[in-house]
Design a protein around this ligand. Structure first.
Ligand SMILES: [Zn+2]
Length: 113
């Protein structure tokens, strides 16, 4: 699948994830979504705080801040994160909770998540 097609599928999937979260009684705010390569470097280039091959730089990752009963959840161990992560995986996404980054929801591209 081309990168452009993947980006469009990813955006639709994020919409479904947000809907799922609110239906489950959670609330979200956006953390990092797109990281502009003019600020963070192209894929393969380390610049700023972004990982060298971050999918944020190619519009295939979003970080969400999670709220349950109005409370900001600061630990990735919270069951609501697992719930969202498993739902995201059921859509075909990669969940950062599998590598200690629970608020990161991405779509794999060329081996990067
Ligand atoms: Zn991220």
């Amino acid at each position: 699948m081309s990168l452009s097609k993947k980006q469009r599928a990813f955006t639709r999937m994020i919409g479904e994830l947000i809907q799922y979260a609110y239906n489950a009684g959670y609330e979200l705010t956006f953390g990092d979504a797109y990281r502009d390569p003019r600020v963070f470097g192209e894929q393969g280039v380390k610049k700023g705080y972004s990982a060298i091959n971050s999918n944020h730089k190619i519009r295939l990752a979003v970080d969400f801040n999670l709220f349950v009963n109005g409370e900001y959840i600061t630990t990735g161990e919270h069951p609501a994160y697992l719930d969202l992560g498993q739902y995201w995986e059921s859509l075909g996404g990669s969940w950062g909770g599998r590598f200690n980054d629970a608020n990161h929801f991405s779509l794999e591209h060329q081996g990067h998540k």
